[in-house]
Design a protein around this ligand. Structure first.
Ligand code: ZN
Length: 275
């Protein structure tokens, strides 16, 4: 031992270190592989977080999401206190947002995590109006740490935390106009809420001259919605605008263009005021 010369000692040390870096394991199928090296170029396959409501009570939601073809990674119950069930592992694809698109990305099941919230959606009032039901604070309090945890682990960008209706506007509206998107924005989870003073200022300008339909379509597409620039107020545009309004201006989600919606869109697309 004591006779080891310095070069030999260094060689022994180098061999020992390389032995540490090389570890043997197997794939889940039993194929031997080496680990211990990490590529620089990698990221999570998860780019989006999509929020839903189930339009069913908890037992039925669980039944549908475990026994039918639709599924989600997480199910948030409406029990007291609410509990979170994991139904699909995060590295697996859940089937929650089939026909969907956002900013050029399509079929978002492959690149998203889906959370289903047990919630009735809306009830129809005697006058025929849809009355969307509120979310309980307890449910949202339970949801927020889950969202924060998922977003942090996968480094999901704030603007990619979306409602199902936003990515599938032609046939969905969930989580609907009562979902507290503002609370998520104020916590820094989703993009900053459009600044009220700037929205008011911009609204005055748009009231003097309401932008045409092509402007709305272009602005909605710039933010990320999948809307065709047809230049006419067609059903796809109305559905997209309705989903936008449900999130950012839930007091009125007619899906019709108006100055306030234009102002909100403008400020979202231009988060820093032009000099
Ligand atoms: Zn949904």
């Amino acid at each position: 031992m004591t006779r080891l010369t310095r070069p030999l000692l260094l060689l022994a040390l180098a061999l020992l270190m390389s032995a540490c870096a090389t570890r043997y394991t197997t794939t889940e199928g039993g194929v031997p592989i080496l680990v211990g090296k990490q590529a620089q170029g990698q990221d999570s396959r998860v780019l989006f977080l999509i929020l839903h409501y189930t339009v069913a009570d908890f037992p039925l939601s669980m039944k549908i999401l475990t026994e039918k073809e639709v599924s989600a990674h997480y199910l948030l119950s409406d029990e007291s206190p609410p509990r979170i069930w994991r139904l699909v592992k995060e590295d697996r694809r859940a089937w929650h947002s089939g026909q969907s698109a956002w900013k050029g990305h399509r079929l978002l099941n492959a690149s998203s995590i889906g959370i289903e919230i047990v919630h009735p959606g809306y009830k129809v009032a005697p006058d025929g109006q849809r009355v969307f039901q509120p979310f309980s604070d307890a449910q949202i309090d339970a949801l927020i740490p889950l969202v924060q945890d998922i977003v942090k682990r996968h480094a999901i960008r704030p603007e990619r935390i979306l409602g199902h209706g936003e990515v599938s506007p032609s046939y969905k509206v969930d989580p609907g106009p009562t979902f507290p998107w503002r609370r998520l924005a104020d916590l820094g989870i989703t993009p900053p809420w459009p600044d009220a003073a700037r929205v008011a200022e911009q609204r005055v300008l748009f009231e003097a001259q309401l932008p045409d339909v092509l402007w709305f379509q272009t602005a909605l597409a710039q933010w990320g919605y999948n809307v065709q620039a047809t230049g006419v107020m067609d059903e796809q545009t109305q559905r997209v605008l309705m989903n936008f309004q449900m999130r950012y201006r839930p007091a009125d989600y007619s899906g019709q263009p108006d100055a306030e919606s234009a102002a909100l869109l403008h400020v979202l697309n231009n988060p820093v005021k032009a000099p």
